[in-house]
Design a protein around this ligand. Structure first.
Ligand SMILES: O=C(O)c1ccccc1NCC(=O)[C@H](O)[C@H](O)COP(=O)(O)O
Length: 207
């Protein structure tokens, strides 16, 4: 099986249930009001097998704790300019963290080491003024300068045609992928068939 699969930016109950049935490992909910995938009300279904990931951008600790409690979140994904000390304080409160880093050039990886030991995963995404969900890919070769120790999710513009590149991508700390806008019929609504076909292809089945 391919490493971890996270599907991000889900909003609607039946859609969540059907995506979870594809065997994905993590499902992300975006609690950032400026995102077109903002989850503004509790869906009628939340994942029971896939881990629940709450995505936040420069959010207060108080609100993060409130959402964690309300949605029973397994991971908190920090997608803004959150400092290492802020991550430490969330970790000390018992939260499991995924810290996102926006990558467009080698120097963007310099900030990463300050977060070592504070996060369960890093998520390397494409730099965009909207913080995430750009649908654009960055140069994955830049990640060969990253030498751990935190495992990472690869993100940013992954699409149904990324299978070959993903199967060829090799890195000792590569833990999985995060998919989002390239698998949507509308913001926040995922195309289950597109995801299903993609996962079959990724795992080596022909479709
Ligand atoms: O998806 C959003 O709208 C979003 C907005 C603000 C912060 C984070 C956001 N998404 C977080 C993710 O983990 C996305 O999956 C990631 O940015 C990749 O998205 P895409 O390029 O669309 O595959």
């Amino acid at each position: 099986m391919f490493p971890l699969i996270k599907v991000c930016g889900m909003t609607e109950a039946e859609n969540i249930r059907n995506v979870e049935l594809q065997g994905v490992d993590m499902i992300g909910f975006i609690f950032y009001p400026k995102s077109p995938r903002y989850l503004y009300q509790m869906p009628g279904y939340l994942p029971a097998c896939a881990k629940r990931v709450g995505v936040f951008v420069n959010e207060t600790k108080e609100n993060i704790l409130m959402y964690t409690d309300r949605f029973d979140l397994d991971y908190i994904q920090l997608h803004g300019n959150e400092a290492p000390e802020y991550c430490r304080s969330l970790r000390n409160a018992g939260l499991h963290l995924i810290k996102a880093f926006s990558i467009s050039r080698p120097k963007d990886l310099l900030a990463v080491s300050a977060y070592n030991g504070l996060c369960d995963y890093y998520l390397f995404d494409t730099k965009t003024p909207q913080y995430g969900g750009s649908g654009n890919q960055f140069d994955w070769n830049l990640l060969h300068r990253y030498n751990g120790p935190t495992p990472f999710l690869l993100s940013g513009g992954i699409n149904p045609y990324s299978v070959k590149a993903l199967r060829e991508f090799c890195h000792p700390y590569f833990a999985g992928i995060d998919i989002n806008s390239r698998f949507e019929t509308a913001p926040g609504i995922k195309d289950v068939e597109r995801i299903s076909n993609f996962l079959k292809e990724l795992n080596g089945f022909t479709i």
